[in-house]
Write a protein that binds this ligand. Structure first.
Ligand code: ZN
Length: 375
C-alpha cells in the first residue's frame, strides 16, 4: 500500500502500513495504550525546578575544571538550540563537540561554526574518516537491496554511533564530568531496532534510564544482531562495526560507556526540559541558522542521508521518521492532529533535490530498485 493512500490513525497520524504498530479499529496501538493507561502530566513548575537542580549539579561538578560540560552538536536544529540554552540561559561553560559527516551540507557546517563562535563556546572537531563513513553507507544499501531488513538500514548509520565513543573520550581527556545531548524527546519512539509496542511518550515526556534498562537494551541488541547474522550472512563482514555501533556505543546511555567511564555523566537535556518548537525556531532565526537547500523541514536538516533512510524505512517498515515524529507530538498533546496532517504535506515529503545530493555523495547512480522514487 502506498504511503499516500494509507489509512492513518484517527488519533495521531500513524499510517496503518507498519506491522510493528498494529491497529485496533481506526486507532494505532500507541494511542490505544495511552488511552487505557494515561500518563500523568508533569507539573511544569516541578519540571523547571528539577531542571534547574540538574543544571546546578553540572555547574558544581564543573568547578575547578576547564568546562562545565561537553555538548554534542551536529549543526542541526535541536543541538544548536541546546548550545544556545546552555550558554545563554544557564550560563554554563561549554565545549561544543562536532563531527562533519559526509552528509553535512556546507550550509549546516557554516551554521554551527558561526553560531558556536557567536555564543562564545569552545569548539572541538571529531575526525573520523569520511570515506569510511561513505563506504559503509553505500555497502549497506547494497546489502539492503538483497534483504530488506531494518537493522541493515541502521547499520548504514553505524559510523555516527562511534561519535558517542569519541565524545566520551574527549570529555575524559579534557577532564569534563558531564556530557549534554540534545536528542529530541519526540523522536523517542523508534521505528527500528528499539521499536516497542509498549513504548509510549506521555505528556511528561520523561524517559527512565537505569541500570536494568541499560542491561535489557543491551540484551535486546545482542538478540536482534544475532538474528540478523543468521538471516543475512553478508553482514558477518561488519561484525566488529556492528558490535561497536550497537552493544558498545549505540547511545550515550549504553551500558558499556557507563562502565568504561563511571565518572562521566551523560544527560539528555530535552528529556527534562520543556521543548517548545516555536521558541526553538524563533531562537534559531535570531541566530541566523539556515536550512540547507531543498530541505523540506528544519528537523533532521543536518543529515541528507536521512532522506535515503526515509525511503528505505518506508519500503521496509511502512513508516518514515516524519510519521513517527508528528504522531508523537500529537500524542503528547503539543500539536493538533490537523496541524500534523497539514505539516506532513510538506515536511513529510521526500525531497528529490536532497535525494539526488545524497546519491551523488554516495556515488549511487543506479536506481535502488525498479520504479523507486530515486530512479
Ligand atoms: Zn495513533
Amino acid at each position: 500500500m502506498s504511503q499516500e493512500n494509507a489509512k492513518r490513525c484517527n488519533k495521531c497520524i500513524m499510517p496503518n502500513t507498519c506491522e510493528l504498530i498494529p491497529f485496533e479499529g481506526d486507532t494505532c496501538v500507541l494511542c490505544k495504550t495511552l488511552e487505557t493507561a494515561p500518563q500523568a502530566m508533569a507539573d511544569p513548575i516541578e519540571k523547571e525546578r528539577l531542571l534547574n537542580e540538574q543544571i546546578e549539579q553540572i555547574r558544581e561538578k564543573g568547578q575547578g575544571r576547564p568546562y562545565d560540560c561537553v555538548v554534542g552538536v551536529s549543526g542541526g536544529r535541536d543541538s544548536t538550540y541546546l548550545l544556545y540554552l546552555l550558554t545563554q540561559k544557564h550560563r554554563l561553560r561549554c565545549l561544543a563537540v562536532y563531527y562533519r559527516t559526509p552528509f553535512t551540507h556546507d550550509v549546516v557546517d557554516g551554521n554551527i561554526r558561526r553560531i558556536v563562535q557567536y555564543l562564545g563556546a569552545d569548539f572541538e572537531e571529531i575526525q573520523l574518516s569520511q570515506e569510511y563513513h561513505r563506504r559503509i553507507a553505500r555497502e549497506m544499501i547494497e546489502i539492503w537491496k538483497k534483504n530488506r531488513h531494518h537493522l541493515i538500514i541502521n547499520l548504514a548509520c553505524a559510523p555516527c554511533k562511534l561519535l558517542n565513543r569519541e565524545t566520551y573520550q574527549i570529555a575524559k581527556r579534557r577532564g569534563v564530568s558531564t556530557i549534554v545531548y540534545g536528542g529530541n524527546i519526540y523522536e523517542a519512539v523508534q521505528i527500528a531496532a528499539g521499536v516497542s509496542k509498549k513504548q509510549v511518550i506521555g505528556k511528561s515526556g520523561r524517559k527512565i534510564i537505569n541500570l536494568t534498562s541499560k542491561i535489557r537494551k543491551m540484551l535486546a541488541l545482542i538478540w536482534n544482531g544475532t538474528k540478523l547474522l543468521v538471516t543475512t550472512p553478508a553482514v558477518w563482514k561488519y561484525l566488529v562495526l556492528g558490535v561497536k555501533s550497537s552493544i558498545m556505543y549505540i547511545s550515550p546511555h549504553a551500558l558499556y560507556l557507563a562502565l568504561r567511564y563511571p565518572h562521566i555523566k551523560a544527560i539528555d537535556y530535552y528529556y527534562g526540559a520543556t521543548w517548545s518548537e516555536k521558541e526553538c525556531e524563533e531562537t534559531l532565526e535570531k541566530l541566523g541558522w539556515q536550512r540547507p537547500p531543498g530541505c523540506n523541514s528544519s528537523w533532521k536538516a543536518d543529515c541528507c542521508f536521512a532522506e535515503i533512510k526515509n525511503v528505505l524505512f518506508k519500503k521496509t517498515l511502512g513508516i518514515t521518521y516524519a510519521d513517527a515524529f508528528f504522531s508523537n507530538m500529537v500524542r503528547a498533546g503539543v500539536m493538533t492532529r490537523d496541524e500534523a496532517l497539514r505539516r506532513f504535506q510538506t515536511e513529510g515529503k521526500l525531497s528529490p533535490e536532497r535525494l539526488k545530493e545524497t546519491r551523488d555523495i554516495l556515488g549511487l547512480h543506479e536506481p535502488l530498485f525498479e520504479g523507486d522514487e530515486l530512479g
